[in-house]
Design a protein around this ligand. Sequence first.
Ligand SMILES: C[S@@+](CC[C@H](N)C(=O)[O-])C[C@H]1O[C@@H](n2cnc3c(N)ncnc32)[C@H](O)[C@@H]1O
Length: 256
Amino acid sequence: MSTTEQDSTSLAVEKDWFANAFDALYPIIYAHRTVEAATGEAAFAIARLGLRPSSTVLDLCCGNGRHMVHLLRHTPDVVGLDYSRDLLGFARTQLGAEGKLLRGDMRTIPFQGAFDAVANFFTSFGYFQDEAENQAVALGIARALKPGGRFFMDYLNPDYVRAHLEPESEREAGDFVITERRWIDEATERVNKATKVHRDGVLVNQSSESVKLYAPDALQRLLADAGLVIESRFGDYDGSPVCPENPRQIIVGSRG
Ligand SMILES: C[S@@+](CC[C@H](N)C(=O)[O-])C[C@H]1O[C@@H](n2cnc3c(N)ncnc32)[C@H](O)[C@@H]1O
C-alpha cells in the first residue's frame, strides 16, 4: 500500500471526506478508541437514556462497535448503522453474532418510529458542508425514534476546540508514523484535519476530516427544527457543565 504524497498545506478537504477517512487503518491510527475506553461513555449514555432490557436502540455511526458491546449488555435489541465497510467488519468481529449491523448513510436513516433511543457517540455529527444535509441527519434521528423516544449525542465543544487546537502533531502507532495537521476555517465555521500515515518512510495513507463547529445555541436550533428537544447537556462524561474549559457538548433529549 502506497500513495502519492500531497503537500499538506494544499491538501483540500473533499466534500465527501467521510467516505475515505474511516477505512481499515482507522482502528490502527486511533488504537486508543477501544471497547475499554468506551466503557464509561456507554454507561453514562445508558443511565441518561434510561435504557431498559426491552429498549430498542440505534447506535448511529457505530464505527467498530465499541459502544455497542456495552449497549448489548443492557438490551439485545441494538442496531448499529455506519457507512464504513471496514469498520462494520471490525464491529462484526468484535460483537460476534450479537447485534444487528447495517451499512447506511446517516443522511438517509432507513427507520421510522422504530427505536426507544438513538445514540450518536464521539463527534459523528456536523460532517456535511451543506447545512441541509446535517439537518437531514437530525430529521432522520427524530423520524427513527418512537414518539417520546430519547436521543444522546456526544459532540465537540467549539469554544474548547478553538482554544486548544494543536496545529500540527506527530505520533507513532505500531509501525506507523502519523502526522496530523489541524486548522479552523472561520469562513465556514469548520475544524479540519489532514492526516498522513507513513511506514518505513513511505506514505501509505492520507485522509482528511472536517466538522462543523456548531455552538450550543445553533445546535439546539438545528435539533429543535427537527423536532428534537434538549433536556440536558454536559461538558464531559463526568457530568460537568458545558463551558469553554470542558471539551464536549453531550446532549440528551427526546423527540418532542
Ligand atoms: C469519529 S467516528 C466515531 C465512531 C464511533 N461512534 C466511535 O465512537 O468509535 C465517526 C463514524 O461515523 C461514520 N460515518 C461517517 N460518515 C458517515 C455517514 N455519512 N453515514 C453513516 N456513518 C458515517 C464513520 O464510518 C465512523 O464510524
